[in-house]
Ligand binder design. Structure first.
Ligand code: ATP
Length: 257
């Protein structure tokens, strides 16, 4: 479904991604783990068109999407969330969701002018879908609340909701568990499992919470120093000495730094 081939990305003298190659298969929730600075977020930014690689290719459903702008990749139903949620704080929760659909349909001023009936119908449908999504992520009671007032965990759910408005085929989640309390975390995990199983949405997620990764993801890809160190089942990853070394190396470096 997603194929990353020999990607390289340098920031000045620093090689953040170093000939990284892996595939993500249909029907999976794939975990992407690795110590701080391993290059996980940079990889997400390249896959989703937010930055360009210096070398290598990204393919999605067989199409070469390398260097496509972010909105074109989003239109291909490859969506993402961010480590720090990017809600529109002064818009309500439902407006945040509806905005995704209008961005996606490329709503134009002349459309509203020339085809007001069509635009109204479209808006009604979008509202209906937004209400369904809100119901699913159980934020319905906060429908008219300003998004800026939500808790950290609720913002993560809203992020997931925003991707669902785009009817994605694949979603990249950047640390969905960070700052989320146990109750909301359970809901988030349940939602991700349901969406994978029942709707066939493929997930690739970066996460530092190992309990969450081990419970939710299979396979797990481990990154270290910009490249794939290994890939395996949660049990294989847990018992691999290279993985332990990569994490301990990072801890020692941090302690020394
Ligand atoms: N825009 C940038 N300019 C310069 N260096 C950058 C930039 N973005 C990332 N880096 C560097 O690239 C390396 C990889 O960073 P990245 O954020 O991708 O790692 P990560 O695995 O996501 O880390 P974390 O788990 O801490 O989020 C780091 O050394 C980081 O400092």
């Amino acid at each position: 479904m997603l194929s990353v081939q020999d990607l390289v990305k340098n920031f000045g003298g620093l090689r953040a991604i170093d000939h990284c190659t892996f595939d993500v298969q249909r029907g999976t929730i794939t975990g992407l783990i690795g110590p701080n600075g391993a290059g996980k977020t940079t990889l997400f930014n390249i896959i989703t068109g937010f930055i360009s690689p210096d070398a290598g290719r990204v393919r999605f459903k067989g199409d070469d999407i390398t260097n496509l702008p972010a909105h074109r990749i989003f239109d291909k139903k490859l969506c993402r969330t961010f480590q720090i949620p990017r809600e529109h704080p002064s818009m309500t929760v439902i407006e945040n969701l509806m905005l995704v659909a209008s961005e996606q349909s490329g709503e134009r001023i002349w459309n509203a002018w020339l085809r007001p009936g069509h635009v109204r119908r479209q808006e009604d449908e979008t509202r209906k879908r937004a209400i369904e999504v809100l119901d699913f992520i159980e934020l319905d009671h906060l429908r008219d609340e300003y998004a800026g007032k939500l808790s950290g965990g609720q913002k993560k759910l809203l992020e997931l909701g925003r991707t669902l408005m785009a009817e994605p085929e694949m979603v990249l989640l950047d640390e969905p568990g960070a700052g989320v309390n146990r109750t909301l975390m359970k809901r988030l995990v349940g939602n991700i499992e349901y969406l994978c199983r029942e709707r066939g949405i493929i997930f690739l997620l970066i996460e530092h919470d190992m309990d969450l990764v081990m419970r939710l993801c299979d396979p797990v890809i481990v990154m270290s120093e910009g490249r794939k160190l290994m890939q395996g089942t949660p049990d294989e990853v847990r018992s691999d000495k290279r993985v332990l070394d990569a994490y301990l190396g990072g801890q020692y470096a941090a302690a020394e730094g």
